[in-house]
Ligand binder design. Structure first.
Ligand code: CIR
Length: 260
């Protein structure tokens, strides 16, 4: 149950020029590369197989965040439409790499915008964040595709200060659980999965609910130590890693890969 494969992309030398909502300090490019390698190793350690490892593209500083140009709903690959001009082009590159794995490929069309980071896909629902990056038109197109595949849809309007829905939530198929920040937990009150609430604040720990699991093993961000005992109490074996350089440009852990 749940995905086995992963696509990742090496960060470019221009990763320090990544978009950010607020200044959280300079990105150390070498450190970002080291952290990315550790992250990819951790994915392997918990049981994922990296089947696509894309080369860096220095012309697209945020292209390491392969989560955003696509949404995967079971056997369907939906190529999204990224809001920021600086990121346009990432969709085509990801399409070239991922389309051999999918028979059903769909696209979000103008004037719709969707970013994969706003879409939490569970076994029966799509939770779609309405944000500065995902508009109602794009979310509506995605909802129609999801309904055709038998999924329910819930749209969640995000607070202005947060980039994407998935920065605050993650789905854990094998544990039938969703980790979510305290402030967004009420949005998941009708979920059929167990809800694991993670307290975070805008400083350290803001991506504490965004973690990646396989079976009972979970990779968490070391910036949120409070998540560790909570996850352990729910039966997870926790592997914290440091992603500070990506966090500075608003990247949470799940942004760095696409699971399928
Ligand atoms: C951006 O602003 O687009 C990037 N600096 C961060 C993207 C993070 N992606 C994600 O949360 N899925």
């Amino acid at each position: 149950m749940g995905p086995n494969f992963v696509v990742v992309r090496t960060p470019g030398k221009t990763i320090d020029r990544g978009l950010r909502i607020k200044d959280r300090g300079e990105v150390d490019v070498d450190r970002a590369h080291e952290q990315h390698e550790i992250f990819c190793r951790a994915l392997g350690e918990i049981g994922y197989r990296i089947v696509v490892w894309m080369d860096a593209n220095d012309d697209l500083p945020d292209s390491v965040f392969v989560e955003d140009p696509a949404v995967i709903i079971s056997e369907t690959l939906v190529l999204t439409r990224l809001t920021r001009e600086e990121r346009r082009g990432e969709e085509c590159e990801l399409e070239g790499q991922l389309s051999p794995y999918f028979r059903d490929i769909q696209k979000i069309k103008a004037p719709g915008f969707v970013e994969g980071g706003d879409v939490l896909v569970t076994n029966n629902m799509l939770y779609i964040g309405l944000s500065k990056r995902t508009n109602l038109e794009g979310a509506g197109q995605l909802a129609r595709i999801a309904h055709q595949k038998g999924y329910g849809v819930k749209m969640i309007t995000l607070p202005n200060d947060h980039l994407h829905l998935k920065g605050e939530a993650a789905y854990h198929p094998n544990m039938n659980a969703i980790t979510v920040t305290l402030r967004l937990a009420p949005e998941f009150s009708a979920a059929t999965q167990k809800i694991i609430e993670i307290p975070v604040d805008d400083g350290l720990g803001r991506f504490g609910a965004n973690c990646i699991s396989k079976e009972d093993k979970v990779i968490t961000t070391s910036e949120c130590p409070t998540a560790v005992p909570i996850l352990q109490a729910h039966g997870f074996t926790v592997l914290p890693i440091d992603l500070s350089e990506f966090n500075k440009i608003d990247g949470a852990m799940s942004c760095l890969c696409k699971l399928f």
